[in-house]
Design a protein around this ligand. Structure first.
Ligand SMILES: [Zn+2]
Length: 375
């Protein structure tokens, strides 16, 4: 309905209001300026400095960034081979005077790890990268780690193959433009190793049962399992992690905005706190179903009380029982004429609004369907 409050619909669909979206974009722009060294340094207070202040108060966004100013490197002293789709070959020939290393990165819900191994069972590397590193950073770190190990071993005149299952990592190491410190450091390690060796980085599809790749995967997971001892972040904060943090911040701002919107007692009763999972269910509904659900949850639907308020009808009482005003609270939770339908769907003859909020959407729709409420 035209009268339906926007804030309530935004809360249901988890759609942050425009002013909050703009605030988050301004914060992201400030972050980009800050990590490129162009942040505001003045102590004079004003709107712009407040944005930078907010940035400084966020402990994650305040971490050292992985982003660096664009660096261009045309010639690299190593080869990168990423086969085209369908041309991949998991057979890695052992070359004369050659050594083959397998690398991998892994991320659990909590932590990230990098792993590397060669066919010599004595050499296995497992690194814990803490909570903030991305899988991409782990894949690159694994390649760096094995290059550094080979340099430490003073490898000379060897034909080195480094196998990774990350196309993104290999493409970044083969690219002309560099934006990441982790990638730059890895390039430096490879360049140093290449002074006395020939290096080929090769892509292999992961999780295909290849012994070397499986072992590197195991080592990366092992790295991710242990708790980090030492300061975070282990490598600079990836730009995409900063974006994710910003997205969480946007959600937090929306939650606190919804909590502060004055009035809307009825909507708040049924919508509760924003649920991103539920908002996806709402969006999947058909037009008529969504109209009714939004209407009932906000109280702005063709029920007698609302129709009387807007002057279309003049009797607010329930058409089914006549005992109370016909509001969505009455229909969904209390009306005795709908007790049987309520019992068969919600398991009780009267229920609390929170039970409607917490129930699967299908249950609410089934309840509305039975007594022909949506017709
Ligand atoms: Zn009734």
């Amino acid at each position: 309905m035209q009268t339906t409050p926007t804030a309530a619909m935004e809360a249901m669909l988890c759609l942050p209001p425009l002013h909050i979206v703009l605030e988050a974009e301004a914060l992201m722009a400030a972050y980009r300026l800050e990590i490129s060294g162009n942040g505001v340094t003045t102590t004079k207070r004003g709107l712009h400095t407040e944005i930078f202040e907010e940035l400084k108060q966020n402990c994650i966004l305040n971490m050292q960034s992985d982003r660096i100013g664009r660096d261009i490197i045309f010639h690299k002293p190593y080869r990168v081979i990423v086969p085209k789709e369908g041309e991949e070959d998991s057979h890695i020939p052992i070359q004369q005077n050659g050594t083959t290393w397998y690398t991998d990165g892994s991320k659990t819900e909590q932590r990230t790890g990098a792993g590397a191994t060669n066919r010599d069972p004595d050499c296995e590397i497992s690194i814990n990268l803490g909570n903030y590193a991305t899988v991409f950073q782990a894949e690159i770190t694994a390649i760096s780690a094995c290059a550094q190990e080979m340099t430490r071993r003073s490898y000379t005149n060897k034909r080195i193959q480094i196998i990774s299952d990350s196309q993104a990592a290999l493409k970044a190491l083969g690219a002309v433009e560099i934006h990441s410190q982790v990638v730059k450091d890895c390039m430096d390690s490879l360049t140093k190793l290449a002074e006395h060796n020939s290096i080929t980085l090769k892509w292999m599809r992961g999780h295909q049962g290849h012994v070397g790749n499986e072992r590197a995967d195991f080592l990366a997971k092992k790295g991710a399992e242990v708790r980090l001892i030492g300061p975070e972040p282990t490598c600079g904060l990836a730009y995409r992690t900063a974006r994710r943090v910003m997205k969480d911040l946007l959600r937090e701002k929306h939650i606190s905005h919804w909590a502060k919107v004055p009035g809307l007692r009825h909507s708040r009763m049924f919508i509760g706190e924003q649920s991103w999972n539920k908002s996806k269910d709402f969006i999947k509904l058909g037009r008529n179903q969504l109209r009714w659900i939004v209407g009932l949850f906000t109280g702005h639907c063709p029920l007698m009380r609302h129709l009387t308020t807007i002057g279309v009808k003049n009797d607010p009482d329930c058409r089914r029982c006549g005992e109370e005003e016909e509001t969505s609270l009455h229909i969904l939770c209390e009306c005795p004429a709908l007790a049987a339908a309520r019992y068969s769907n919600f398991g009780a003859i009267t229920i609390e609004p929170k039970e409607v909020t917490d129930a699967p959407l299908e249950t609410v729709l089934k309840f509305l369907k039975e007594p022909g409420l949506m017709e």
